[in-house]
Design a protein around this ligand. Sequence first.
Ligand SMILES: C[S@@+](CC[C@H](N)C(=O)[O-])C[C@H]1O[C@@H](n2cnc3c(N)ncnc32)[C@H](O)[C@@H]1O
Length: 264
Amino acid sequence: MSSGGPEMEKYGETLFALDQDEEIRLRLLAEVFDPLCTRTLDALGVARDARCLEVGAGSGSVAQWLCGQAPDGEVIATDLDLRLLERVAEPRLRRLVHDVTTDPFPDGSFDVIHARLVLSHLPQRDDVMRRMMRWLRPGGFVLIESFCWFPIDSAPHPTYRKVMQRWSSLICGTLGTDSWWARSQPGSFLDYGYRDVGANTVTQNLRGGTQLADFWRLTVDMSREQLIAGGFVTPYELDEFYGLLRDDGFWDLAPALVQSWGHK
Ligand SMILES: C[S@@+](CC[C@H](N)C(=O)[O-])C[C@H]1O[C@@H](n2cnc3c(N)ncnc32)[C@H](O)[C@@H]1O
């Protein structure tokens, strides 16, 4: 089923299909990015009795953390596919198959809504921002995290730059991902009536051989066939890219992570 128009496929249909490689990739993602996310959630404040929604929860690491922060509240973790979430050893976690683009929640259900690396992949992201506002209780907040591609566009190494840019083009054309939405993401909160809007951008140094480099190498490798078949890159360029990301002498910047939030 298409999500964003007749020509778009849905996340997980072929790109990012939930197999063993995607599981490894999502676990790496959690290890590298959870400290940034939980620090921001902590600063925004998750009350002991908060009702929390983790959208597109993936491996469920943030949902599990939220359960610890809100022992007197409730945490619902959603995804299109619950196989990874079912492995989270947290009896208080409610897991729900829920498509954030179409499935409802009652108005005023949550104090905290978090979505990391979900909305930028969804062509319906503006509508989702509007609907999340309705799902919030007064005083509640939404935190959205998305990658932004600006460090790649100025990357000095031509193969690193080209492969990352072409991979971004592939997912933009296939899923409707917007790798630049993150720049205007804080402004969208204002457009949809959120208040006390804030943002923070983290640009990470990427060194070959680190977990961050492994995450990006696996992410690109998951689309290897489509990248080659579509003429985006050559097998030789891909191999050179993998070599760079394994080489501890290679340093550059990874795509930046934009965190933005707004309150109701
Ligand atoms: C890049 S992964 C990020 C996973 C997790 N948020 C994290 O950061 O660790 C994107 C996740 O969003 C989920 N997803 C994609 N489209 C969705 C939709 N329409 N509704 C709910 N979840 C969706 C995917 O199944 C996947 O688990």
